[in-house]
Design a protein around this ligand. Sequence first.
Ligand code: NAD
Length: 351
Amino acid sequence: MAAIRRAQSLLSLTKFKTNFVSASYLSLRRFSSSSQNSKQFQNVGFIGLGNMGSRMVNNLVKAGYNVTVHDINRDVMKMFAQLGVSARDTPYEVAQDSQVVITMLPSSSHVMDVYTGRNGLLRGENAIRPALFIDSSTIDPQTTRKISFAVSNCNLKEKRDNWEKPVMLDAPVSGGVLAAEASTLTFMVGGPEDAYLAARPILQSMGRTSIYCGGSGNGSAAKICNNLAMAVSMLGTSEALALGQSLGISASTLTEVLNTSSGRCWSSDAYNPVPGVMKGVPSSRDYNGGFASKLMAKDLNLAAASAEEVGHKSPLISKAQEIYKKMCEEGHERKDFSCVFRHFYNGKDEV
Ligand code: NAD
C-alpha cells in the first residue's frame, strides 16, 4: 500500500522542471541546455520502481518521455499501469518497446539477473531493440564491466546513424529519495563518451548534474569511492565530536572550530551528526530520513570486494564496514548513517 500511495502521489505531480543548471569547470561535465542535448530517444524503459526508481520514472514522464516500466512488485506495476504508464511483465518485454532502458535495482545480482536472466533485457542477443542501456544502481565496477561486455556482444535490431552496436553506461547517483523526487540527482557516468553525450537529455530530466568519469565501470567506481570517503569522514567527525564532549567541549563549539579549521568536511558543516547542532539534517529528527545505515553497509561491502579484487590495502574500509554492520545488527539499519554518533560513540544530544 505504501508503494501504491507513493506512486499515486508522485504521478499526480504535473509541474514540469524547467530550470536546469548549466555549468562546467575543470574536468567536470555538467548538464547544459545546449543543442547537443536535443532528444535522440523518446521511448524509455525503466526497471526497478522502488524508492528511487518510482520518483525517477515520474520525472521522465513529466519530461515527456514515453515510459515503459517493470518491477517484480506487481502492486506497484498495477499502480503505474492505472496511472497510464505502460507496464510489462518481464525485462525482455520492456526491451521490445524501448530505445533506451534504465535500471535502478538493489544490488549486483539483481542487475545481472535483469540483463542476462531467462527473460532478461539481452534475450534475443542478435536482434535487440534498445541502443542504450543505463544502469543507475549502486553496484561494483567488476559486475558493471561484465554486463557492459555482454551488451557490446549483442546486435541491434535496427541500426541507428553511426550507432552500430548497443552500449551500456553505468550511471549511479548521489542524492537520496528527496533528490530523486526533485530531479536534482548527480549522475557519475562510465562508458563510451559519445553514449554519455547521447544520454545527457535523459539524465537531465532526472538530475541536476552529471560527471563523465571515463570508461565502463568508472561511474560505479566513483560512486563506491565517494561513499567510502563519506563513511570514513562521518566516522571521523562523530568520533571527534564525541571525544570533545568527553573532554568538556560542547559539540556546537567544536563544530564551529572544525568548520573554520582543517577538520572541516561535509559531515561537520552540512550534515552534522549531533542532534541539536544543525537544523534540517537527519540528526535533528532522530536520524530519520537521509541515507540508511543498511545502504552505507552495502556500499562499504562493495568497496571491500572491489579493493580485494584489485589487491588494494584498505584498513579504513574494514573498520567502517565493521561499525556499520554492527549498527545494522543492533536494529539501526533504517536510521541515517550519521546515527553512529549516538549509537556507536555514545555521543550526547546538544541541549
Ligand atoms: P528499493 O529497494 O526501494 O527498490 C528496488 C526496486 O527493485 C524494488 O521495487 C524491487 O521490487 C525491484 N526489484 C528487485 N529485484 C528486481 C528484479 N529482478 N526485477 C525487477 N525489479 C526488481 O531500492 P532504492 O532505494 O530505490 O535503491 C535503488 C538503487 O539505488 C540501489 O542500488 C541503491 O544502493 C541506490 N541508491 C539508493 C539511494 C537511496 O537513498 N535510497 C541513494 C543513492 C543510491
